[in-house]
Design a binder for this molecule. Structure first.
Ligand code: SIN
Length: 321
């Protein structure tokens, strides 16, 4: 079977943003241009493949929520099930891009490429970066052997497992930390440096189920003068899980640590990640709180929510049986 189709899903972001003047690169409104219009303005997308586009949502990605993630995962699974579809490109805001990428990798575990892309400058900018990012994403999505969720920005291809937004303004705003990118797109060609995320079975598959609600999991930052108050208040509100963004190798201020251990003893799931951009929390025998296995705080939170949902689903099934 030859793959003849490529699907492009629009979700909003700066790539679809507009400003009053071409010189404006920050004072714009995100998520204004529809996906069809966006694609119509990009020449060189290729005529030897059928493009199907769909607007899944139209938001500034700072407002990403679970309903949209549910819908996005379901559209991704729907299109990937079509034998003729080679891959999917998703246009997305940069601010929560790494969260959606990781969520889709874990929830969908695609055997085909799912490429998230973005822009740091609005569509109306003098030199918008979105069109080239979309072209590069199409190159990646059409690459034989590509699999899993990746992010393409400024000619660099990042794995969903490693990618992080690291700059507030530069066009090359993403980084893969210690792992490095998985490749570069150069003049319409992919230079692959390491394996696709689809071949990295780092985690057990976690399915999402519409009958199960998303459990509340929050991220707490450890810092100078941290206290027990936030954790105690969240526990009172019925929180299911906590991810602590610790200092250095996942260390936690003693006052905050005491409250986290109390929460853990009360049955709340707790994980330690780090505020550091690079490196991972390395476990020490006897650690009282498990580490996040290399996941950043936002990704550790997603993993924890999906694990809790899987537990809830099992409990629900056991009740019905
Ligand atoms: C957003 O995340 O939707 C706005 C910011 C951006 O795309 O760069």
């Amino acid at each position: 079977m030859t793959h003849r189709k490529l699907v492009i899903l629009g979700t909003g972001g700066t790539i679809a943003g507009t400003a009053d003047h071409a010189s404006i690169n920050i004072g714009y409104t995100a998520a204004q241009v529809g996906i069809e219009q966006l694609l119509a303005g990009i020449s060189g997308l290729g005529t030897d493949v059928d493009f199907t586009s769909e607007q899944v949502c139209q938001i500034d990605s700072k407002d990403m929520d679970f309903d949209i993630w549910d819908k996005l995962a379901s559209r991704v699974n729907h299109f990937l099930a079509d034998e003729e579809v080679q891959g999917i490109v998703i246009t997305h805001g940069t601010d929560t891009l790494e969260e959606t990428a990781y969520f889709l990798q874990i929830a969908c575990r695609p055997a085909k490429p799912v490429v998230l892309t973005c822009a740091m400058r609005p569509a109306t900018a003098l030199t918008p970066d979105g069109p080239q990012n979309v072209l590069d994403s199409v190159t990646v999505a059409r690459c034989p052997g590509a699999s899993g969720v990746v992010v393409v920005c400024a000619g660099t291809v990042h794995s969903a497992f490693d990618v992080q937004k690291v700059h507030t303004y530069k066009v090359d705003a993403f980084n893969s930390g210690d792992s490095g990118p998985i490749g570069y797109v150069e003049e319409g060609r992919l230079r692959l440096l390491r394996n696709w995320p689809g071949s990295q079975n780092l985690h057990e598959p976690v399915a999402i189920h519409s009958e199960v609600v998303w459990p509340r999991v929050e991220i707490i930052l450890s810092h100078a003068g941290a206290s027990a108050l936030w954790v105690q208040s969240l526990v009172k509100q019925g929180i299911r899980g906590l991810v602590v963004a610790g200092t250095g190798n996942g260390t936690v201020h003693h006052a905050l640590l005491a409250s986290l251990l109390e929460a853990q003893a009360a049955g709340i799931r707790v994980t330690r990640s780090t505020r550091c951009l690079d490196g991972r929390v390395m476990p020490i025998p006897g650690d009282s709180i498990a580490d996040s296995k290399g996941l950043s705080p936002v990704k550790a939170r997603i993993m924890m929510m999906l694990e809790l949902m899987a537990d809830d689903e099992l409990a629900l099934r056991a009740k019905v049986a």
